[in-house]
Design a protein around this ligand. Structure first.
Ligand SMILES: NC(=O)c1ccc[n+]([C@@H]2O[C@H](COP(=O)([O-])OP(=O)(O)OC[C@H]3O[C@@H](n4cnc5c(N)ncnc54)[C@H](OP(=O)(O)O)[C@@H]3O)[C@@H](O)[C@H]2O)c1
Length: 335
């Protein structure tokens, strides 16, 4: 079977937002499939802020994408040929398939290929029923340990991860404040249960946060880092939990490490904890989270939205949407 693949390879390390010219869209004919390999026809690609950091030549939790390598990304596809006993033609798989139409690979632990159930819509599987939901669940529930009546603040709150955190915090009986960019996102956050919202693009968080966090902040689920983190540290309560999920306001688009807050002393005064975490550590044992999330979704208690762009040629611009805030929900691309 002769298969033509289209793939985006990295040509130059981007500076700031990516440009099409940082990459090259290459057409190739794939070689015959070898023993142990599978051939996947990619259907949806997942776009995650961390993908941008993989394009920088700096050490991270995964090695940087090298020049002339396919751009790394997660995605869902269907196995169309297999010489591997663990996969059969027709299986739906999730893994690091990359920005390409097809993925010929010998599945490895590093690529995280796994067969997924063919029950729910694929965009849902890449959002709440995938690593986005698992990030929100383990970050908030396992590490944050929210108690009813506590105040939970979420930044990047209208995004894929943030919006799940907001809703789980409500399900746990917390008072929830969400920070997001723009009226549409803030209105949507209210519609899914946030008690208070702050539109950081049109209002000063430093001034607005004390007005809505009247009882202080017990849990801060941080998706953005930077100045907002510093502001929040001034308002945390005794025994607060600050959960560092991401720092999209600084660092990802830059080659120098993000600046930290200058008021960490607040953690001492408030006997608070600040903890970073990576969803990768929770993926192998995510059944508990996925079962509970699936129940909430089926009961209509957990809303989710996906922003689906189309066409392999639009990969670079789709990545940028995460950094301009254009994405309304989990950013995906349908090939
Ligand atoms: N630790 C982990 O294992 C893990 C796993 C998944 C995700 N994450 C992190 O979680 C965060 C959210 O990821 P996601 O995939 O759910 O993406 P997302 O929230 O759906 O999309 C990114 C959002 O970030 C906001 N943003 C962009 N630039 C910003 C800036 N300069 N300041 C403040 N907000 C900005 C935008 O929302 P607005 O329009 O509201 O600005 C944008 O929609 C990211 O930091 C990501 O790295 C961490």
């Amino acid at each position: 079977m002769m298969i033509k693949n289209k793939k985006w390879i990295l040509k130059e390390r981007p500076i700031g937002l990516v440009k099409d010219s940082d990459f090259e869209l290459v057409n190739e004919e794939l070689p015959a499939i070898n023993e142990g390999e599978i051939l996947i026809e990619n259907i949806y690609l997942s776009f995650d802020p961390t993908q941008r950091s993989w394009l920088n030549d700096v050490p991270g939790y995964l090695p940087p994408v090298q020049i002339d390598e396919v751009v790394r990304s997660g995605g869902i596809g269907r196995v169309i040929d297999s010489k591997n006993p663990d996969y059969k033609t027709g299986d739906l798989t999730f893994g690091l398939v990359g920005w390409q139409t097809h993925c010929l690979t010998k599945p490895s632990v590093e690529d995280r290929f796994r067969v997924i159930p063919d029950l729910l819509p694929m965009p849902t599987m890449l959002n709440v029923m995938g690593s986005t939901g698992i990030t929100a669940y383990y970050g908030l529930v396992e590490l944050g340990k929210p108690k009813s009546g506590e105040t939970v603040l979420v930044s990047g709150a209208a995004g894929a991860t943030g919006s799940v955190v907001v809703q789980i915090a409500k399900l746990k009986g917390c008072h929830v404040i969400g920070i997001a960019g723009g009226k549409e996102k803030c209105d949507w956050l209210k519609s899914i249960g946030a008690d208070d919202v702050i539109d950081y693009k049109n209002y000063d968080v430093h001034k607005e946060l004390p007005k809505v966090a009247k009882n202080g902040i017990d849990i801060y689920f941080d998706n953005v880092g930077g100045e907002i983190l510093e502001t929040v540290l001034e308002l945390i309560n005794i025994n607060a939990r600050v959960l560092l999920c991401g720092g999209i306001s600084s660092g990802y688009n830059s080659t120098r490490p993000a600046d930290g807050p200058n008021n960490l002393f607040s953690l001492i005064i408030k006997r608070a904890t600040m903890q970073g975490f990576l969803v990768l550590d929770y993926l192998p044992n995510s059944e508990k989270a996925l079962e509970e999330i699936a129940t909430w979704v089926l009961e209509g208690k957990l809303q989710h939205r996906e922003d689906i762009q189309e066409g392999i040629e639009n990969c670079p611009q789709t990545l940028n949407r995460l950094f301009t805030g254009e994405n309304k929900g989990k950013q995906l691309l349908k090939i």
